[in-house]
Design a protein. Structure first.
Length: 398
């Protein structure tokens, strides 16, 4: 019998992070960014270790073309991708935009689901298959790194999806993306789709498979992780989860889920997580899309505690109510917010932090005043506490 107990654990597999904040993210209503803003976001993404930056859709406008070309020129280590529909002019324009990059990629896509074929494309399966062959071949003539996406893959019959994937890889696609374009899949279905395609397509091992999940049912992160379990090794995502309709999978959530649950998700990314909050603020500022307070990882309440029970636990040991440290994502420290739910332990710790040393009676009095104030006021700031303690001390001296 083989002794497995002494074997070192296999090293975690690398998952590539493909950021599409500047393409799918910018595509959502109201998120348009200027060239300067796009350059700043791209610089940040490159520096924090994003593997592929989808910089835009070069055929969409001259501005988009220039942004993609300039990002391609400046990127130091990331691959820079330009998106193209399955149309020769789109592919040529994307190729032109990323040509200057140290590492450029053309990302071309076509719809494969019956709904899209009937109502949007008005083409048969065979006609679309022919388009896949021709467009991937055209892109490969321009550049070595070609990604092909089956738009609406999750509503595509598996046999036809496999035929398209086989053809795309045969024509030279190096990455195959199977998007959940309308955010319809469940995690089990998405995992099973990747497993089936990778098992059934004979040349599947020649390409990296990619997940691309939209959040219409709030399942984008769960689906992305399930897709990785199904064999995908690239995740398409955006900072703050911005994107079409309900958005895309949020980069910061994918990265921290993989990092925090490495016990069940044996993968690694190349992202410097300490830059996540900075990146979130940069994108929120550039797009004028506020980040919801309770947003996972980067929301202002992600490391804030108000309830007395939680504050008491946190003062005893941070792991009681935090599964990752604030420092690990670039937040300076946990905040114990003073409000009507706060208890004695947190109030005492706040007084210590502010330099007050009160006798037991003084403390009791100050705590009662604080609770009364907190019932009337939504936020109790340090200045409020200062005022009530000073008032308390003054009365005690009388
Ligand atoms: O959601 C989607 O299908 C897309 C493709 C262009 C990859 O964004
Ligand atoms: Zn998308």
């Amino acid at each position: 019998m083989t002794d497995t107990t002494s074997r070192p654990a296999p090293s975690p597999e690398r998952v590539l992070i493909f950021d599409t904040t500047l393409r799918d993210g910018e595509q959502c209503p109201g998120a348009t960014m200027t060239l300067e803003e796009k350059l700043a976001v791209a610089e940040m993404l490159d520096a924090m270790g994003v593997d592929i930056i989808e910089a835009g859709f070069p055929i969409a406008s001259n501005g988009d073309f220039e942004a993609v070309a300039e990002i391609a020129r400046r990127a130091k280590s990331a691959v820079v991708a330009g998106l193209a529909r399955a149309i020769p002019a789109d592919i040529a324009r994307a190729g032109e935009a990323v040509r200057i990059a140290r590492r450029g990629r053309i990302h071309t896509f076509v719809s494969t689901s019956p709904i899209h074929l009937a109502h949007q494309m008005r083409k048969t399966e065979d006609e679309v298959l022919e388009i896949v062959v021709k467009t991937v071949a055209q892109a490969r003539d321009l550049i070595d790194d070609v990604e092909w996406s089956a738009m609406d893959a999750t509503r595509t019959p598996i046999d036809y999806l496999c035929r398209c994937v086989e053809a795309a890889i045969r024509m030279g696609a190096t990455t195959i993306n199977l998007p959940d374009t309308v955010g319809y899949a469940t995690p089990d279905e998405y995992r099973a789709m990747f497993r089936a395609v990778r098992e059934r397509v004979p040349n599947a091992d020649r390409a990296v498979f990619s997940v691309h999940c939209h959040n219409d049912l709030g399942l984008a992160i769960a689906n992305s992780l399930a897709g990785i379990e199904g064999g995908a090794r690239q995740v398409e995502c955006t900072i703050n989860g911005i994107g079409e309709r309900a958005g895309n999978a949020a980069l910061e959530e994918v990265v921290m889920a993989i990092r925090t649950r490495s016990d069940v998700l044996p993968y690694v990314t190349g992202i410097d997580a300490t830059q996540l909050v900075r990146a979130s603020k940069l994108v929120a500022g550039a797009t004028h899309f506020p980040v919801q307070y309770n947003k996972a990882i980067v929301g202002r309440n992600a490391f804030a505690h108000e309830s007395g029970i939680h504050q008491d636990g946190m003062l005893k040991n941070q792991t009681t109510y935090e599964i990752m440290t604030p420092e690990s994502v670039g937040v300076q420290k946990t905040s114990l917010v003073m409000g009507k739910h706060s208890g004695r332990a947190a109030f005492r710790s706040k007084l210590d932090e502010m330099g007050y040393r009160l006798s037991d009676n003084q403390f009791q009095d100050a705590f009662e005043r604080f609770k009364a104030l907190a019932d009337r006021k939504k936020h109790v700031y340090d200045e409020d506490i200062e005022a009530l303690v000073d008032e308390n001390l003054a009365t005690a001296h009388d």
